[in-house]
Design a protein around this ligand. Structure first.
Ligand SMILES: Cc1cc2nc3c(=O)[nH]c(=O)nc-3n(C[C@H](O)[C@H](O)[C@H](O)COP(=O)(O)O)c2cc1C
Length: 543
């Protein structure tokens, strides 16, 4: 028998030599696995280079031999980069190339004001204006020499819409959310707008896509829009269903009804919601089929004359008991005389309670380019004309004027009040508040900020509770800063701003008063009364 110690030593030796061997094996394995990995990557690299070469070769042959695209035929493969760059350019040009005042529809300076207001960041700017103040068309407000002491802003007072209705609507706020349908914009966008509007005390217009539970849940005031397809209040044949209308009107939250005749971005064309944006929920809300393009008629089939228009307004008002108005963009304008004369013949109760006037450069989810670019009058011209038509016919007090169209910053809103609007509404201003980056993808369902898409992974970025706060801040900052302009002009209420408070830069760096450009009552022909005998709704002779 071997002594215990010897045996132990023997074991140690065996264990030690075993351990060394193991270590050698591990080392060998490590070396070989590192070598294997390098070999693998090398093989992969060679494969990828080979594949890239092969693909390039195939593309080269395709491009060289195809006959449809000249650039690709002349510059095979490289010519394709053009499409990629064009696509990326949409997203990156605003960061790298465009200067602050360069882009359309909204430049960076305009967007930045909304972003700052919405985020609650200081909206003051340093050093001096970066705007070319002598550019023709620039607005300038005329400060009074002795503004009210103390206050820095003039608060608005309440006005009433629809005095002949069973349920008139009263609000002091002058800046509200313009129609954007649930469909054109996403569920979280609607939710955020609804909650933000409630906090700010402003209304939200449903747009033509009917009323969804997401509009309701925030608790804000709602203007229900009746589009030409009458989504949400239609019979199967597309005509108006009074019972459905009555049901909508029973909701306390729904304050007014707006019959849409036309929209600035697409006059003469109905709404367009591409099929990829018609989800199950949207189809249910509108009463249409999932996945199919939702195209509404270019006008209400039952409204083909001034008489029929007033009949329809009267009918909706009777059924709902609530203020009822129309939305339109002005193109041909002679008919306004006929409208006003017919209202005066029927009596003031027959009038639309409000007219929403949209600008030709208004926004849209989707519209044909010729209509966006070339049809209809811009708000700068049409708003004074409409106000003057009402003045001339003694209806300015009776019919409230709501104006929209790129009025997203305090200067635009203050201008509209000067020109004669009672209210201003904005769609794209509130989209910016929701985080829109003007990627111009509303019609593709690919909106990167989640505002105008129904893709869940893109909607993730738009957290309704957070963005509701921004909607609230944007609206309140707007009221505050328009109040600051009004205060500087020496009036007690932004709605007291008049045309003589605003001047427009002309040629030779000389401004001209808005009241000279559009003498109240005079910009609409035929004017039958002298401008200085016309009252402007406040009961005071206009300037
Ligand atoms: C995404 C989107 C959807 C819109 N949907 C509607 C609509 O359903 N009904 C309508 O009358 N106007 C609609 N509009 C037009 C706006 O209500 C508004 O009149 C126009 O955009 C001008 O305001 P803005 O310059 O502040 O955007 C839509 C606009 C946008 C941008």
């Amino acid at each position: 028998m071997l002594p215990i110690g010897q045996t132990t030593v023997g074991h140690h030796d065996v264990a030690a030599s075993g351990g060394q061997k193991m270590q050698q094996v591990i080392d060998a394995l490590q070396v070989s696995s590192v070598a294997d990995v390098i070999n693998l990557f090398a093989a992969l690299f060679i494969f990828l280079v080979g594949a890239a070469f092969l693909i390039t070769l195939v593309l080269y042959v395709i491009d060289r031999t195809q006959t449809k695209h000249a650039i690709r035929r002349n510059y095979p493969v490289i010519g394709r980069l053009r499409y990629v760059m064009e696509d990326l350019g949409k997203y990156f040009r605003q960061y790298f190339f465009a200067d602050d005042r360069a882009e359309l529809p909204f430049n960076r300076a305009q967007r930045a004001w909304v972003y700052r207001a919405a985020k609650g960041i200081d909206t003051t700017v340093p050093f001096g204006s970066t705007r070319a103040l002598d550019q023709v068309g620039t607005k300038v407000f005329v400060n009074c020499p002795f503004p009210q002491l103390g206050d820095e802003e003039a608060p608005p007072t309440a006005i009433k819409v629809g005095p002949y209705c069973r349920f008139p609507y009263e609000t002091d706020k002058f800046f509200h959310i313009s129609g954007m349908s649930y469909g054109a914009i996403s569920k979280p966008a609607v939710q955020a707008l609804s909650r933000g509007a409630k906090r700010a005390g402003i209304w939200m217009n449903t747009g033509e896509g009917a009323l969804s539970k997401f509009h309701i849940e925030g608790g804000c005031d709602i203007v229900f829009q009746i589009g030409t397809a009458k989504y949400g209040v239609r019979n199967d044949d597309g005509s108006l269903n009074d019972d459905k209308l009555r049901e909508i009107a029973k909701r306390e939250q729904v304050k007014m009804f707006e019959i849409k005749l036309s929209q600035g971005a697409k006059p003469g064309k109905g709404g367009i919601l591409p099929g990829e944006k018609v989800t199950r929920e949207i189809a249910r809300t509108r009463g249409i089929k999932v996945g199919q393009d939702s195209i509404s008629p270019n006008r209400h089939p039952e409204i083909n004359s001034i008489g029929q228009l007033l009949d329809f307004i009267g009918h909706v008002r009777d059924v709902t008991g609530k203020p009822t108005g129309i939305k339109m963009v002005l193109g041909a304008y002679g008919w306004l005389s006929g409208l006003c004369e017919e209202i005066n013949r029927r009596g003031p109760a027959s009038a639309p309670d409000f007219i929403t006037l949209d600008s030709a450069d208004g926004g849209t989810g989707a519209a044909p380019q010729p209509l966006i670019d070339y049809v209809g009058l811009q708000i700068q011209e049409s708003l004074p004309m409409l106000v003057d038509a009402l003045l001339v016919h003694g209806l300015r007090d009776r019919i409230k004027v709501i104006s929209s169209g790129k009025l997203t910053t305090p200067s635009g809103v203050a201008w509209a009040l000067c020109a004669g609007a009672d209210f201003v509404t904005s769609a794209r201003g509130f989209m910016f508040a929701l985080g829109c980056i003007q990627a111009l993808q509303c019609n593709t369902n690919e909106c990167p900020s989640g505002v105008a898409t129904h893709k869940k992974h893109l909607q993730r970025g738009l957290v309704a509770t957070d963005k509701a706060e921004r909607v609230y801040r944007y609206a309140t900052t707007m009221h505050k800063e328009v109040g600051i302009v009004a205060h500087s002009c020496g009036v007690d209420d932004p709605r007291q701003l008049k045309r003589h408070h605003c001047r427009i830069m002309g040629a030779n760096s000389r401004t001209i008063g808005l009241h000279e450009m559009y003498p109240p009552g005079g910009s609409f022909t035929p004017a039958t009364e002298k401008p200085d005998t016309i009252t402007d709704g406040s009961g005071v002779a206009a300037e």
